[in-house]
Write a protein that binds this ligand. Structure first.
Ligand code: TXA
Ligand code: MG
Length: 356
């Protein structure tokens, strides 16, 4: 299958109605269309069609027990998909939709088990990206969309990443340029009285708690290894149990005081280089000069964590393009957006963390 790649103006998708009518037809006939959102690119299909949704799992190589997020283009589209909407959920929707917050509700019968991964709940998101919303409204269907990467690869933040992973396996890609936020949405379970955060993301815990008071944190978010979350049962977001987001290179995170981290990173880099292993240090604008004898990639600006979030996944992909085999990185503070950054980084490293 030839994958259509079409550039769309993120600010004026309406000017290319012909393309949207075409890809809406593809979605209505159970095809797969990748599109930009403000977080990462999504791989969309008709959320109400088991046959369409099965194609997503096949194209990504994704385990079928890992449920999909259903995307809508206005709040009115939520009601038929879920059984009830709590007052706290309403407050959160009023504040953060459209945006990078996914909410989990008890599902209605409209949502097939193929979409919910066999669960009685469904994850719903109203994205803010104009292309995503125009695509959903033109199609007139809720759109199931996981991140548009092959399972196990870093989430795509540029159309070219989607093409690298899925060319020939999907019908079309809408190229709206780079995703603004670069990390997947925050996932919050509002299906019961106890509200749990299942995946940290751009909408931070403190932003949520400002609206609705204290929430609970799924242990898988703060655990330091995949297995340490097991005694409390499987993670509530099934996707969180899979090793994710990893480049082919091995990533090692070094954590501790700035000076100790820098010494340890240099020591590790020296030992790899001595063995002729191609090694890269992922660093920041502020710290790059500390490593001027080494190969480095600058992920962002320590004073503006949004830049680090935005570039993290594309930096992982760059490590592979440049054939690095070992990648070293200092840890970031786990406050606010830092919690989401460290969550993705730890998973990418397979929880390889050295404390110094
Ligand atoms: O920002 C995002 O959320 C992106 C863009 C495309 O919208 N999508 C995304 O989807 O990250 P995906 O499939 O890569 O991640 C969805 C996560 C998985 O970890 C999955 O297990 C969890 O959401 N999830 C989906 N439905 C769930 C449910 N009913 N209960 C618990 N977790 C659920
Ligand atoms: Mg994903």
């Amino acid at each position: 299958m030839d994958t259509i790649l079409k550039k769309i103006d993120n600010n004026n998708p309406h000017t290319d109605i012909a393309t949207f009518l075409k890809v809406a037809d593809i979605l209505k006939s159970d095809g797969l269309v990748a599109f930009p959102t403000e977080t990462v690119y999504g791989l969309g299909s008709n959320a109400l069609s088991p046959a369409a949704v099965k194609k997503i799992y096949k194209a990504k190589g994704r385990p079928s027990d890992n449920p999909l997020i259903v995307h809508i283009s206005s709040i009115d589209e939520l009601k038929p998909l879920v059984l009830n909407i709590s007052d706290k959920a309403k407050l959160l929707m009023a504040k953060f939709w459209p945006g990078a917050l996914t909410l989990i509700f008890k599902k209605s019968n409209l949502i097939p088990y193929e979409t919910s991964g066999g669960l009685e709940t469904v994850a719903i998101r109203l994205p803010s990206n104009p292309i995503a919303r125009f695509l959903i409204s033109t199609t007139g269907l809720p759109i199931a969309a996981p991140s548009a990467n092959s399972s196990g690869k870093p989430s795509p933040t540029k159309a070219i990443h989607v093409l690298e992973d899925l060319n020939g396996k999907i019908d079309a890609i809408l190229d709206g340029g780079d995703c603004n936020l670069g990390l997947e949405s925050t996932i919050l379970d509002v299906s019961t009285d106890d509200i749990y955060i299942l995946r940290p993301g751009p909408i931070t815990i403190s932003m949520i708690e400002n609206e609705i008071g204290k929430i609970k944190i799924d242990p898988s978010i703060i655990s330091t290894s995949l297995s340490s979350s097991e005694p409390t049962g499987a993670p509530k977001a099934p996707g969180m149990k899979y090793t994710h987001y990893s480049p082919n290179a091995n990533i090692t995170i070094v954590s501790g005081s700035d000076f100790n981290v820098q010494c340890e990173i240099k020591k590790l880099a020296d030992s790899f280089i001595k063995k002729q292993i191609k090694t890269c240090i992922i660093t920041t604008k502020q710290n790059n000069s500390i490593y001027n004898n080494y190969d480095t990639i600058i992920v962002g600006d320590l004073e503006n964590p949004k830049t680090i979030a935005k570039n993290l996944f594309s930096t992982f992909r760059k490590c592979d393009e440049l054939h690095f085999k070992e990648v070293l990185i200092g840890s970031f503070d786990e406050n606010d957006l830092g919690l989401a950054i460290m969550n993705r980084l730890k998973k990418a490293s397979g929880y390889t963390i050295i404390n110094v």
